[in-house]
Write a protein that binds this ligand. Structure first.
Ligand SMILES: [Zn+2]
Length: 423
């Protein structure tokens, strides 16, 4: 079977075409749904290749009853023999006459991005001597990978040069030449690169700018690219990845950015140009607030520790500070426990923060006592099937609120066992 004639080579603006089904293959699929691969004698559908995604659309066929039915084309792929396969979910008979219709807005968008890539690659090569080694046309953004070092400082000028060529509306043309002729162009430095496959070579030219071998679909003149916007750059293993948008994609991106800016100006109550400075100020304010808050919490913990030692005096050589709070966070109870342990002698500390469930527990002691808080907490928690522990002086864990009473009793029993003065 001969490979289908590719109509888009001669006319990338062809939106519909008559054709005959040349081959049909059923692919087995699960869940009761079958997928068929359809080859047509001729097609304007572009198969995924060269960084450009496939076209979608539908095949219009006449049913045996005489009614016309539209069969959606979900994807289009080419095989190693160059055959183009249309993937559909309804069977078609060999030799059936169909009319193919491609999704034109999707295709035209791809043509804009793809031609924009030719233009951009040519300008990067001319201005920065940076060759393109890879191109990807994505759902929302496209990228080219350039063999070069950092180029962030040149983005604005490259973008301006590209848009000048767009405004000049230069002709974009295609022609097919014998391979030997293409090799001569390459040797003379008049062709960017040459694909390895044998046979005739399709050449795409942007008037007075670029000559490139390519099998993709392109607009007729640079004006139809409609504008080009460069976005982020990113370091990749072999160089730099540049994100770009052409035509309506660029307009949509600029619109989305404008919406974000307008929200930010409303929230910050500053003009758009002052947003970076306002954010900087907020960041440094917030840093100062965090620092101040930490200092105040430490001061508070010192005062709090001395008040607790007054409230709970040492009785028979031991003080037991046992508190449960609903409004002190775990970080504060840890801070307070460490201040108590270092400031108050002969003290056992059990502080619970009920701001969360599970409840957060700190179990600590003064340095002059001889009991292993880490071991006692670990054993008490493991009786409840939980984990936690720490050093002999300072331990922590978590317990579900419902088990808190049980845990506190168990810890108290552990202290009584370890310290004679607690009995
Ligand atoms: Zn191309």
């Amino acid at each position: 079977m001969t490979a289908s004639e590719r109509l888009y080579y001669a006319d990338s603006f062809l939106k519909s075409f008559p054709a005959v089904v040349a081959d049909v293959r059923e692919l087995s699929r699960t869940e009761g749904e079958s997928v068929w691969q359809i080859a047509l004698v001729r097609t304007a559908f572009y198969p995924t290749s060269g960084g450009q995604p496939n076209d979608t659309g539908f095949l219009c066929a006449i049913s045996p009853g005489g009614a016309s039915i539209d069969i959606p084309v979900d994807s289009v792929e080419e095989d190693e023999h160059g055959q183009v396969w249309h993937y559909v979910r309804k069977p078609l008979a060999l030799g059936a006459h169909v009319e193919g219709h491609i999704d034109w807005p999707r295709r035209f968008d791809h043509m804009q991005q793809h031609t924009g890539q030719h233009l951009l690659s040519a300008i990067f090569l001319r201005e920065l001597n940076a060759p393109t080694f890879s191109f990807h046309l994505g759902e929302s953004v496209s990228t080219i990978d350039l063999a070069t070092g950092p180029i962030g400082h040149r983005l604005e000028s490259i973008e301006r040069l590209a848009n000048e060529v767009i405004a000049e509306d230069r002709r974009v043309s295609s022609r097919t030449i014998p391979r030997a002729e293409a090799e001569a162009l390459l040797a003379a430095g008049d062709l960017r690169k040459l694909p390895e496959r044998p046979g005739n070579i399709r050449i795409i030219e942007i008037e007075d700018l670029d000559r490139n071998a390519c099998g993709g679909t392109h607009v007729r003149s640079t004006g139809q690219i409609g504008g080009l916007l460069l976005r982020d750059t990113e370091k990749v293993s072999r160089g730099v990845r540049v994100e770009f948008l052409c035509g309506l994609r660029a307009v949509r991106a600029a619109r989305a950015d404008a919406e974000i800016l307008s929200q930010a100006t409303a929230t910050l109550s500053v003009p758009a140009a002052n947003i970076p400075a306002a954010v900087e100020r907020l960041k440094s304010d917030s840093k100062a607030v965090v620092k101040d808050r930490q200092r105040l919490r430490e001061e508070l913990a010192d005062y709090h520790a001395s008040r607790l030692t007054v409230e709970v005096p040492i009785d028979k050589g031991l003080r037991f500070i046992d508190r449960v709070w609903k409004d002190r966070d775990p970080e504060y109870t840890r801070l307070l426990a460490s201040r108590l342990a270092s400031a108050a002698p002969s003290t056992i500390i059990l502080l619970c923060s009920e701001t969360t469930d599970p409840v957060s527990i700190v179990f600590a002691r003064s340095l002059n006592l001889n009991c292993d808080c880490g071991r006692i907490l670990k054993e008490s928690l493991s009786q409840l099937g939980l984990r936690g522990g720490g050093s002999p002086e300072f331990a922590q864990g978590e317990v579900p609120a419902l088990e808190l009473t049980k845990l506190r009793a168990s810890l108290l029993a552990g202290v009584r066992e370890a310290l004679p003065q607690a009995r």
